[in-house]
Write a protein that binds this ligand. Structure first.
Ligand SMILES: [Zn+2]
Length: 344
């Protein structure tokens, strides 16, 4: 009915436009496309409405997975120098396309365009720039990764330089620089890059642990690595770091500093079951050379730590829907079943 509607003016055009968007949001991309195409084809509409409809059409194509067509619509809008749609929004749409097609160089250009336009529009906040810089660095790292796979180290250096200029603090960049040194068997250098990345963001430990450990053992730096991780934990008491320290101690032996740390952490910190398991393993290995009363001291600490872990953990659970609760209830408050609550 809408498509056969004879005269669309600037007021009804808005309704059409929204209707198309609604179809797209519901996943009915075909209908969204035909509504927006219909708006564009009307001869009596002004430039503003046509360009808004074109932008929506580009989004429809994108949602339908027709990336080539989406790209050409957005490119056309960009070249038309439209004042109705922000250049930043168009460039951002292009960026998401190039990210999907993994055309990293083009993605970099689109992101730079977004950054520039935001600055020009005055909406630029340092947070925004950081987001774009971080994206551009990721793309340079993707390019460098590709070149590294091909063994083209000269190209890799070029991309790294550009990434450095964009966002020097990027942990992705540090980790990649570590990988390159590792690839060249320059283990001392790779170790320092990996450590830098881990200090910046300890979540990376799970991904970088093996390579960091190998870099340390190849360069005779296992003691150094253990000490650096201890220092890192002091600054940022993160479970990943704690577990890494324990894992290294198991492999390369422990020392007094680690003993103190394990004692302190078990008593004072709320740990995950995995961390408690590892810490108790550490105590078990140590206790081979200890007398009876020293051994039970270790057991007391593990017991305290488990107690801490259980604080605040719900004791009951509905067997029907899995809902957890602190007190026993005859009827589950989530699924309303009777007699389904049991100990968690
Ligand atoms: Zn239930």
């Amino acid at each position: 009915m809408f498509l056969n509607y004879p005269d669309i003016d600037e007021y009804t055009a808005e309704t059409f436009h929204l209707l198309g968007n609604l179809f797209r949001d519901r996943g009915e991309v075909d209908r969204a496309l035909s509504v927006h195409q219909n708006v564009i084809a009307r001869s009596n509409l002004n430039a503003k409405q046509k360009q808004k409809a074109m932008f929506a059409l580009g989004q429809d194509f994108f949602a339908a997975g027709m990336l080539d067509r989406a790209e050409s619509v957005f490119q056309e809008l960009l070249e038309s120098n439209t004042k109705w749609i922000s250049k930043a929004a168009i460039c951002e749409s292009l960026r998401t396309i190039y990210e999907q097609t993994q055309e990293w160089q083009k993605a970099i250009e689109a992101t730079q365009c977004t950054k520039k336009s935001l600055k020009k529009d005055g909406v630029d906040k340092s947070d925004n720039t950081k987001k774009q810089d971080s994206l551009i660095t990721h793309y340079y790292c993707e390019l460098a990764d590709e070149s590294l796979q091909k063994g083209n180290l000269h190209e890799v250096d070029g991309f790294i330089e550009k990434a450095k200029k964009t966002y020097k603090q990027s942990t992705r960049l540090m980790s990649l620089q570590g990988d390159i040194a590792y690839h060249q068997k320059d283990y001392k250098v790779s170790l320092s890059y990996y450590l830098k990345a881990i200090k910046e963001d300890s979540r990376l430990l799970s991904m970088l642990f093996n390579k960091t450990d190998e870099s340390a053992s190849h360069s005779d730096n296992t003691q150094y690595l253990q000490n650096e991780l201890l220092k890192t934990y002091q600054k940022n008491p993160d479970n990943n770091v704690f577990e890494a320290i324990l894992q290294l101690a198991e492999k390369y032996g422990s020392n007094e500093k680690i003993d103190t740390l394990v004692d302190e952490v078990l008593v004072n910190k709320k740990l995950t079951i995995k961390s408690i398991f590892k810490a108790s393993g550490y105590i078990k290995d140590k206790s081979k050379n200890l007398n009876h009363s020293e051994r039970s001291l270790g057991l007391i600490k593990v017991n305290q730590s488990l107690g801490k872990h259980l604080q605040g953990v719900p004791s009951f659970r509905c067997e029907h829907c899995g809902y957890k609760m602190h007190d026993y209830l005859w009827r589950c408050p989530a699924c309303n079943h009777w007699d389904t609550v049991d100990q968690a």
